[in-house]
Ligand binder design. Structure first.
Ligand code: ADP
Ligand code: MG
Length: 728
């Protein structure tokens, strides 16, 4: 940046949009072209093999070797016709990104010849070395093998010349080392629990699916500027940088017209996503400069999550193609909004009913209220677990930062629903209910206004909001794998629904009729879970006080939030529901704590580097210039006049000295704290980084940012915020 900042920047600002190769076709004509979807399998498989595969997907039956061979042959044929040369098991280790290990279809068979080979065993299982993936102590040191196992419920797809097969990833001992395996288990347990409860209302219900519609926020910055910022390149966020005079105050970015270069990028990744069968439909500018959002149509949660993982990858690759870099960090720039990933969540039955959508008659509304109230009660019972599921280093900067929901978990229902629940709570009589009581109650429930449907609330401050026909979990971080939140949410809801069924059945056994038993149990739940409901402004300080009074947790940072995973009751719940064993919960805890401190460690190292070898030299250089100037003025003008003439320069010299000293002593303190940690365990490390080292880093940044405001622009060694954020 140091030579000619103006010239370098103006070149970037006038970069031409990349050309996007158009397919010249409508989306509907090429949507899913790179996916080996089930309707295509039908063409390649025998009826018998196809039926067996469908049975496996729908009922979890085992796939025999012969069927696997058939499917493998079909996948090979389909993908090779499209130019595939390799295949990979595609999985989601606990690193947070996806992993792949490519193997060639081609196999030499001696005498100088080769064939393309891919059979059932290669489809079903691969053995990547698990030793370099996070395992939280699960992996036996002498047994580094891990397995990836095919997930037939998520279709294989083609990226470039590689056939990608979605798989789960587990250790040799059978423990989950990924996100997909527990997600699938959580989806299974919530299916069973919700089906049992839905059968109170409709015996035809035999399966309940979780639906997930994610909304992904992200930043784009020019790749040249990204490369000139080691902090952004290495940590995903700016560790330095004075706030630009213009940030998002004018709110002129949100829903504004999309810059041409960005538009070209969007068209490109949408095409790519559509080829991969990802139903991306929405795109717009977000609140902060250079911030954007995309959202697809919702899908079954396992598939939706795979698609989100894939989209993050497609975004990243497409950004590079367009000379942008993608930032998925939750808070890349201090002082302007960060990025989240709203998870819209609901449950839907095989009979086509969305269980969180109010119905048209008393019966369907009773069902709706049952699922609504149990969801609220589940959050109330396990708010801390839900909080832990979204705890990451990046999200710590976003939650509660006056733009994203606070770290306090609460549920927003909207006035009408809140009033409805309050009414139920008051009007269900204790003791035996008369037929008249019941009829009146049911009539009231039946009147649950249809307008609710359009009542997509405008309360943007709640972490968990009901939005007419689904809940929107807004506290999820933009870089997260949605599975973490979805595993937890579905597990705690399943746990609640199982208990609900037990309690209602117990009431029935004691002589209540079904409706009465359900109503009374709902009333009880409404009462006990009241404290988690909050309709007001989640950004206000009053809420922090009010929440404390209500006894709600406010776990502001990741190390404190993660502690709940050590709770024996929580471990028991996950184990009992067969989602995660207590060893797996513990392993995840270890991995996440370690991940927290490792990321902070990288930030700390880069903070000291940049402070000492980028910023300090620039400040000293400019200070010397000022000193020369002061001496020169005194030589030319004489001591008294020279002094008067150099007053401003002397003030600046002093300011620079103060800031340099603050920066240097901050770095010394930081290194001293780090040195003390050498023998500490990961928990201690995470806590020290959070409570001691972070504040020191902030001090260093303040000093550096104050230097940015006084050192001459020409010699400032890092691209500035205003330069990074307003590139077009
Ligand atoms: P808004 O834009 O006001 O938040 P939308 O209805 O457009 O509301 O939904 C936003 C997201 O919610 C979309 O990704 C959409 O696919 C998803 N969504 C809608 N209905 C459901 C549902 N039943 N289950 C899960 N997600 C849903
Ligand atoms: Mg939304």
């Amino acid at each position: 940046m140091s030579t000619n900042r103006f010239q370098a920047l103006s070149e970037l600002h006038y970069r031409q949009p990349e050309k996007v190769e158009s397919h010249g076709k409508r989306v509907s004509e090429y949507f899913g072209e790179n996916v080996f979807a089930y309707h295509k399998m039908r063409e390649y498989l025998t009826d018998d093999a196809y039926d067996k595969l469908m049975d496996c997907i729908e009922h979890g039956s085992r796939i025999d070797r012969q069927t696997a061979d058939h499917v493998a042959a079909a996948m090979k044929e389909w993908s090779i016709q499209r130019g595939a040369t390799h295949y990979t098991h595609w999985f989601q280790p606990l690193t947070g990104s996806t992993a792949e290990k490519h193997d060639s279809f081609f196999k030499p068979i001696g005498d100088g010849r080769a064939i393309e080979k891919f059979d059932g065993s290669m489809l079903v299982q691969q053995e990547p070395d698990a030793s370099s993936f996070p395992n939280g102590g699960i992996r036996n040191t002498f047994e580094a093998r891990g397995y990836t196992l095919w997930d037939p419920s998520s279709p294989a797809f083609l990226v470039g010349s590689t056939l990608c097969i979605p798989t789960i990833f587990l250790s040799y001992t059978g423990h989950a080392l990924d996100y997909k395996m527990p997600l699938m288990k959580a989806l299974h347990v919530v299916d069973q629990a919700a089906t049992a409860v839905a059968q109170y209302f409709d015996k035809e219900v035999t399966k309940v699916q979780t639906t997930l519609g994610w909304e992904q926020e992200y930043f784009l910055i020019d790749s040249a500027l990204y490369n000139a910022r080691p902090d952004i390149a290495m940590t995903g966020r700016a560790l330095f940088g004075a706030r630009p005079a213009k940030g998002q105050q004018l709110e002129d970015h949100y829903f504004g017209s999309i810059p041409e270069r960005v538009m070209a990028f969007m068209q490109d990744f949408e095409q790519e996503s559509h080829l991969l069968g990802i139903p991306v439909t929405t795109r717009h500018n977000e609140v902060a400069p250079n911030q954007f959002e995309l959202a697809p149509m919702f899908e079954e949660a396992n598939l939706a999550n795979d698609h989100n993982q894939l989209v993050m990858d497609v975004l990243e690759k497409t950004a590079r193609k367009h000379n942008f870099r993608l930032l998925l960090h939750e808070k890349p720039f201090e002082g302007i909004n960060g990025s989240g990933k709203h998870n819209n969540w609901s449950l839907s039955t095989n009979t086509g009913v969305n269980l969180l959508k109010p119905g048209k008659n008393p019966k369907s509304n009773m069902q709706f209220l049952t699922f609504l109230v149990n969801s609220v009660a589940a959050i109330h019972e396990n708010a801390d677990v839900l909080r832990a599921s979204i705890a990451t280093v990046g999200n710590d900067h976003r939650l509660g930062a006056n733009e994203a929901p606070p770290a306090i978990m609460s549920v927003f229902l909207g006035d009408q629903l809140a009033a409805m629940l309050d009414n139920l709570e008051k009007n269900i009589k204790a003791g035996k209910m008369t037929p008249e009581d019941k009829t009146e109650l049911k009539l009231n429930i039946g009147k649950l206004p249809q307008v609710l449907l359009d009542n997509t609330d405008r309360n943007r401050t709640s972490p968990f909001a009901f939005t007419g026909n689904k809940f929107e979990f807004r506290a999820v971080g933009s870089s997260a794998n949605c599975a973490n939140a979805m595993i937890t949410l579905n597990t705690i809801v399943a746990n609640r629904l199982i208990q609900f069924k037990k309690d209602v059945d117990a009431r029935i056994a004691k002589g209540d009729d079904k409706d009465e038993a359900i109503l009374k149990e709902l009333q009880r739940l409404i009462k006990v879970s009241k404290s988690i409901r909050f309709e007001g402004n989640g950004y206000g300080d009053e809420w922090v006080k009010e929440a404390a009074k209500r006894g709600l947790s406010n776990l502001k940072d990741t190390p404190s939030a993660l502690k709940v995973w050590k709770d024996k009751e929580v471990q028991k719940m996950f184990e009992k529901l067969n989602v995660l064993t207590h060893e797996e919960v513990h392993a995840r805890y270890e991995i996440e704590v370690e991940n927290y401190y490792r990321r902070r460690e990288i930030e700390a190292l880069i903070t000291s580097d940049l402070a000492i070898n980028h910023i300090l030299p620039a400040a000293v250089g400019y200070q010397s210039k000022l000193v020369d100037n002061v001496i020169g003025l005194q030589e030319v003008l004489g001591s008294a006049e020279g002094k008067a003439a150099s007053k401003a320069q002397v003030e600046l010299i002093k300011h620079i000295s103060v800031a340099i000293n603050a920066m240097k002593s901050g770095v010394d303190k930081l290194n001293a704290e780090r040195a003390k940690l050498e023998k500490a365990d990961v928990e201690k490390k995470a806590e020290t980084y959070c409570n001691k080292i972070m504040p020191i880093m902030e001090g260093i940044r303040d000093a550096a940012d104050s230097l940015e405001m006084v050192v001459e622009d020409e010699s400032w060694p890092l691209p500035k915020m205003r330069e990074i954020l307003f590139t077009r």
